[in-house]
Design a protein around this ligand. Structure first.
Ligand code: FEO
Length: 388
């Protein structure tokens, strides 16, 4: 196996949505059999010249198969050009991926061979075997196994947005944090699918997991064990608090609630939304038992940043079990109802919000202590804090 993908050191945003503080890579791999040569994935269209350069460096003058494990353009943007350069190449993809490639990239259907779960393609002394792994994170996703070298090419699944010159995940501390963030942003909305495919991967003899973003795992248990943890139903004794404050009332409430929770032995992760990195919030939501959104009232409703945070929580669909709302208003509004409606889609345990008029006084701080007590009681109910 030869790594022929490209590192994108400078990319800072994905899907016009996800911040990439550590850049990313578009991994592609060349497999040479005795008779046929296969390219696993291509790269983002902005990097197609680099892919060509990497193939030239290896003296590649023929590609028989291009495996597209997933149709998203960061892996297939260069596919049309590859098919022009290698006119005899056939794309191997799932049935759904075939449909998407014809739709999104206008790849001629006759250039694509749809493969089924478990199907094998012989390269001569080497074999590609395909396993369908839908919904990690599109309906088309599959993984490709190379049994002779015990490598699993997992595309997005198990990957990380990390630009690094390390081929392997040697710096496991950094890779763990970036892979967890990646899981939170990309895979968490599909947690049950991400979990269900782990058993399939573990049933194969795998020495290397080669994703299409971030380094190759030469210790597969590292990432598989992490996914077992992240995708499990187990939550941690933590409260994530995305909040925004305009004149200090909500800030005072957040600060007080943080102290009250800490005094009760609960870990807190507050995020001041105008300055926060949404990827960090997403990562914090992977484990936290509770989320509390803090907001002032603007134009009779929640601050737009708080609406965005509630929508983000709902869209990422973490395993969080409990929620509440804190904040203040000057003369009225529908803030609590507005945010409750967004969070309500998640069927969480809702602890009574603390929504006050003006700057918090002693009675309001007492109400925040009661909120902290109620959250602690919920965490006891979940079995993550010992009962008294
Ligand atoms: Fe890395 Fe879903 O594309």
């Amino acid at each position: 196996m030869h790594a022929v993908g490209v590192i994108d050191w400078d990319r800072r945003l994905f899907d016009a949505l996800i911040p990439l503080p550590h850049g990313t890579s578009y991994n592609a791999y060349l497999i040479r059999g005795d008779e046929k040569t296969a390219l696993i994935e291509t790269v983002d269209i902005t990097k197609e010249e680099d892919l060509v350069r990497n193939l030239i460096a290896l003296g590649v003058d023929r590609i028989d198969y291009i495996v597209a494990n997933h149709a998203e353009q960061d892996h297939t943007g260069s596919l049309p050009m590859m098919l022009e350069l290698f006119p005899n190449a056939t794309v191997l993809a799932s049935e759904k991926c075939k449909e998407l490639l014809t739709l999104l990239l206008q790849v001629p259907a006759e250039r694509i061979q749809a493969v089924k779960d478990g199907e094998q393609v012989a390269l001569g002394g080497k074999t590609l075997q395909f396993f369908m792994t839908p919904w990690v994170h599109w309906p088309d996703t599959m993984v490709t196994y190379l049994p002779e070298e015990k490598i699993l090419f997992s595309c997005d699944y198990l990957g990380s947005h990390l630009a690094t010159s390390d081929l392997f995940a040697t710096d496991e501390v950094t890779v763990y944090e970036t892979a967890k963030r990646y899981y939170a942003e990309i895979m968490m909305p599909f947690r049950s699918s991400a979990r269900s495919h782990l058993a399939r991967v573990r049933s194969l003899q795998v020495d290397f997991i080669a994703p299409s973003h971030g380094p190759v795992y030469n210790r597969p248990a590292f990432i598989l064990d992490a996914y077992e943890d992240w995708t499990s139903d187990a939550v941690k004794n933590e409260v994530v608090i995305p909040y925004v404050s305009m004149h200090g009332s909500t800030q005072k409430m957040v600060d007080y609630l943080c102290g009250a929770l800490i005094r009760r032995g609960i870990r807190v992760k507050p995020y001041n939304l105008p300055y926060a990195d949404v990827g960090e919030i997403a990562r914090a939501l992977v484990d936290a038992a509770t989320v509390v959104i803090g907001t002032p009232t603007v134009l009779f409703g929640a601050h737009p940043a708080a609406v965005y945070a509630a929508y983000l929580v709902s869209a990422l669909h973490p395993k969080t079990r409990c929620a509440s709302i804190i904040g203040s208003y000057g003369w009225g509004g529908t803030t609590v109802n507005q945010l409750s409606e967004i969070l309500g889609k998640m069927h969480l345990d809702i602890v009574d919000p603390v929504f006050i008029k003006g700057y918090p006084g002693e009675a309001d701080l007492t109400a925040l202590d009661q909120l902290a007590d109620a959250i602690l009681a919920k965490h006891r109910e979940y079995g993550i804090v010992a009962s008294q």
